[in-house]
Design a binder for this molecule. Sequence first.
Ligand code: ADP
Ligand code: MG
Length: 426
Amino acid sequence: MTDRLAGSSYPSDAGLLAELREQWPPTAEADAAIGRGYVAPDLAASEPAAVVRLGDRFAVALVAGPDGSFRVVPLARDAVLVTTWRQAVPGDGLSAFVAGVPMASERAIEADQTNTSVVVGERAIVKWFGRSGPAPSRATGLTAHLDAVGFREMPQPLGALTWASPTGVELTLAQGDAFLPEARDGWEWAVERLERHVNHGQTLCAADCDPWIGARLGSLVVRLHAALLTPSSVIPEPAAIAAPAVAAAWRDAGQATLNEALRLTAEQDPEAGAALAAIEDAVRADLDRLPLDRPVAIAPVHGDLHVGQVLEWSGGLAVIDFDGNPALGAAANALRQPPERDLAQMVSSLDHVGQIVDQRSAGHARQIIDAWIARTRRDFLATLDPDPALLAAFEAEQECRELVYAARFLPRWRYAPVATLRARYG
Ligand code: ADP
Ligand code: MG
C-alpha cells in the first residue's frame, strides 16, 4: 500500500470532455449487486465543465454549480475499448486506482455520510466529495497543518486528488486517510456507554465502558486546539483577532438562525413551536451575550466538532472530518473562529447523546441522564477554559442550527434540540 494518493493536481482532458458531452448524462449503475454509486445527482440538466482522466478506465467529471462550486462525478467504463462512460460505484476499482493500489479491494462504508467514502484494502479510506469549491477544501489544509505540527489523534492523511478550477483554485475531489480498523463514531460509542450506565447491572460490560467520557474528550480537544494554534508551513500565523464588526455579523447570523428555527418549527410542529416560543426571549438573551465592544481571539477550528466526529478505535480516539458544517454557508465555515464554537458544538452533541438515550428509554431514566449530562459537560469544559459569554451564545445558536437542520432535512431529529433547549431555558 502506498501512503500517498496517486498524483495530485490534474488538468482537464479536452478530448475526453468532448466525448463525454456527447453522451451526457452518464448512466447510473443498474446492477444493485455492485452497490450504489458515488453520487446520485440530477445530472441531466447540465453538462460537464471539465473532466480529469484517471488512467484508461476512470475519470472524474466536474459540473459547474451556480455558486462557483462543482459537482464531482466519478466515472468508469468497463473496458478500454468501451466508449460509454457510466457513474462509478464502489467496487469497480476507481478508489483503489487513486490510492495507488489498483488490485486492492473496495467497499463502501455503511455510516451516515454527506460524501462517499470507500475503504480500500482495509488500509485506506478515500472520501469523494459530492461537491467541491468555490474555496479550497478546509479539510485538506487543516489536516496538512495538523500533520505538520505532529498532531497524531486523527487518521493519517494520505494526500488529496485535486483539480485546478478555471479560476485557479485547487479543488479537492477526493481525500485519502489511513483506515482505522474497527472504528466507531461517537453516536455509537458514547450513546452505548450512557445506555450501559442507565441499565447498570443489566448488561455485561465487555469492553471499556466507563460512562464518564467528558474529561477524555476535553483533553483530546485541548490537544487539538493547541495543535491548531501551533504555526506550521501550511498555516504560519494561526492566531488572529476578530474585529467588533465581525462579532456583530456573528450576532446577526445567530439572531437570523433563531428566527428561522422558530418559524420552521412552528410551521412543521405547532407543539414544539409553542414550547420554543415560550423560551424565545431567554434564548435571544444568550445570543445577545456575544461581546461587541472588545476584540475576540480567533484561531483555526475544526468547524463541525460533534461527538460523531470522534472515532473510537483500537488505538484510542481520533478526530475526523475537517470539512466544516455541510449545512452552513462559507461565512459560518470560516477557517478561523473563536474556539468556543467547537466547544459549544461538542457540548451540544453530548447533551443530545443524553436526549437520544432518554428517548430510547422512554423517559424512565431522566434523572440519571440529566446527572450524566451535567457531569459530562462539567468534566469536558474543566480543562478548556472557555469565555462564558461566547460559549453561551454559540451553544444557543448551535441548538437553533440543529432545529433548522431538522426542519430542512431530518424532522425526526427535532426532539433532541427541543429537549436540550427546554431543559436549559424552560
Ligand atoms: P462525511 O463528510 O461524509 O460525513 P466523514 O469523514 O465524517 O464523512 O466519515 C463518515 C464515516 O466514515 C465516519 O462516521 C466513520 O464511520 C467512517 N470513517 C471516516 N474516516 C474513517 C477512518 N479513517 N477510519 C475508519 N472509519 C472512518
Ligand atoms: Mg461526518
